[in-house]
Every structure is written in structure tokens, then in C-alpha cells.
Design a protein around this ligand. Structure first.
Ligand code: ADP
Ligand code: MG
Length: 254
């Protein structure tokens, strides 16, 4: 299973560099009681750390050219990762941070596009050693020496595909994909295109907010991915239930 902890939940997204410590600690506690060494890949978003740093430096086409900016984004993400690591380790969970910039290659293509190529053997080894691998959204340096943001959502999708995950679960600060303020319970993969158009980005999210997430999910299905869930990671008990293989309130897409 792949669980992504959204920056909307684990940070206060509107306040630069502001972690939601009570929630980080609560989630660490739920891992401590319910994880039990299961094969779980953890991913976390950038929230008010990564997105705040990235917004200062990113250009209109999504590139970061200033070396200082690249380094600052990296450091901002490391700070958030450290806070998670301390909370998990403090409760006996062997949280093992893996740097995405060392296992995802960004190849720039002619015409301005780029391709992300995963090299995930290190992640596999971390998992096989009985650890909880954790990857945060990150900046990766492309083959042309430019910084590109690799979102937690993209990492989660790629990890889920590579590991044929039973479930790809996106934790956010909302109860699922909302329509008229109410979460949809189930969405068929064929109706996904319709709702992608209706979702909005978020001004302080350089990776497209809910709209970007739905695009990742759509890409996941096109490449053969399985079941997806969008759930509220800030509701007590949700992460524990997921870890125990139970159903969680939220939007299941399959
Ligand atoms: N239709 C929708 N359903 C749910 N959330 C939506 C919708 N449209 C926009 N959003 C916004 O998307 C946010 C979740 O996306 P995002 O901020 O990228 O989360 P994360 O930081 O977890 O990746 C929600 O907090 C909400 O403000
Ligand atoms: Mg986001």
C-alpha cells in the first residue's frame, strides 16, 4: 500500500514553514499502534515548506533556474522530513527517509517537456530490510541542469505502479473529492475525466492542488494502476484503519 500524507494535512499550508505538529504526532502514533511492519510506502507532500520555497523561485514553465532556489527548496523539504522522522522514530517506527532526487531522474526532452524515470531498487531494499520507506515531494535536477519539482502525488503514483500497490491512498485535509461540499463515495475510473475538469487548483500549491492530484490519478489508471482513495488524513483513526486494511471514509476511485 502507498500512503501519501498531504501537505494540506501535515502543515498549515497558508503559513510559511509551519508544521501541524499535533497531527504529525497523531499520525506517528497511529503508525506505532497499527503498522506492524506491513509493506507500506509512505510519501509526504511539501505543504507550507516545499510549496512556499518553490513559489519564490519557480518560473512560468515550472522550472527553477536559480541554484540558490534549488538548494533552498531541498532544505525546506528536509526540514519537514526531519519533523516526521523525529515523530515516528520517537514512537518506535523505523521511518527511513529516501531522497527522491537520488532515485528519480528527470530527463528533459526537446520542445520543453520532460520525463521522470524512476530507479527504485534502493526503495525496495529499504522495504525488504523491514523499514518504513518515506519519500517527500522534492526538487530534482534535470539532465539540463534545471530544477524541477517532483510532487508527492507523482512520487506516490510511481511507487504505487512500480509495486503494484493494493491501494494508493491520498491523505488531505478534506473528506474526499467534494461535489457541492459533499464527498463522492465511489467514482468509476471512466468518469474521472469529467471530474478532473471540475476540480480547482490551489493558489499556494505549485503542483496543482486537487486538480493536479486527479490528473495523477488519471495517469495512474492509464498505466494500469489499481484502486485509489482520497481521504482525510487529519481525522483521528483514518490512518490506523487504512494500515489495518479497513475501509476509510473518503472517495474510492476504481
Ligand atoms: N472538488 C474538490 N474536492 C476536494 N478538495 C478540493 C476540491 N477542489 C479544490 N479542492 C482543494 O484541494 C485541496 C487538496 O489539494 P492540495 O491542497 O493539493 O492537498 P495536498 O496538500 O494534500 O496535496 C483541498 O484542501 C481543497 O481546498
Ligand atoms: Mg497538493
Amino acid at each position: 500500500m502507498v500512503i501519501k500524507l498531504g501537505g494540506s494535512a501535515i502543515t498549515h499550508k497558508d503559513v510559511p514553514m509551519s508544521p501541524n505538529m499535533p497531527l504529525i504526532e497523531q499520525i506517528a502514533q497511529e503508525f506505532s499502534s497499527s503498522w506492524n511492519g506491513r509493506r507500506v510506502l509512505l510519501v509526504h507532500g511539501g505543504g507550507s515548506f516545499g510549496h512556499h520555497a518553490a513559489m519564490k523561485y519557480i518560473d512560468g514553465s515550472g522550472k527553477i533556474l536559480d541554484p540558490r532556489g534549488m538548494a533552498e527548496i531541498r532544505h525546506a523539504m528536509h526540514r519537514l522530513t526531519s519533523l516526521l522522522a523525529e515523530a515516528f522514530l520517537g514512537r518506535g517506527v523505523p521511518f527511513f527517509a529516501v531522497d527522491p532526487s537520488a532515485c528519480f531522474l528527470c530527463e528533459e526532452e526537446e520542445g520543453g517537456g520532460f520525463k521522470i524515470k524512476p530507479f527504485l531498487r534502493p526503495v525496495e531494499l529499504v522495504l525488504e530490510a523491514g523499514l518504513l520507506p518515506s519519500l517527500g515531494g522534492d526538487i530534482v535536477i534535470s539532465t539540463m541542469g534545471r530544477g524541477r519539482i517532483l510532487s508527492g502525488d507523482t512520487i506516490a503514483r510511481m511507487l504505487a505502479l512500480a509495486s503494484s500497490a493494493r491501494l494508493l491512498a491520498f491523505g488531505t485535509d478534506v473528506d474526499g473529492y467534494l461535489e457541492g461540499g459533499v464527498p463522492l463515495r465511489k467514482v468509476g475510473r471512466n468518469s474521472l475525466q469529467g471530474i478532473v475538469a471540475g476540480a480547482k487548483g490551489r493558489s499556494n500549491d505549485v503542483t496543482g492542488g486537487m486538480a493536479g492530484k486527479l490528473m495523477e490519478i488519471s495517469e495512474y489508471f492509464s498505466s494500469g494502476g489499481g484502486r485509489v482513495l482520497i481521504f482525510n488524513a487529519s481525522r483521528p483513526g483514518n490512518v490506523a484503519r487504512l494500515l489495518l486494511g479497513e475501509e476509510v471514509e473518503g472517495t474510492y476511485i476504481e
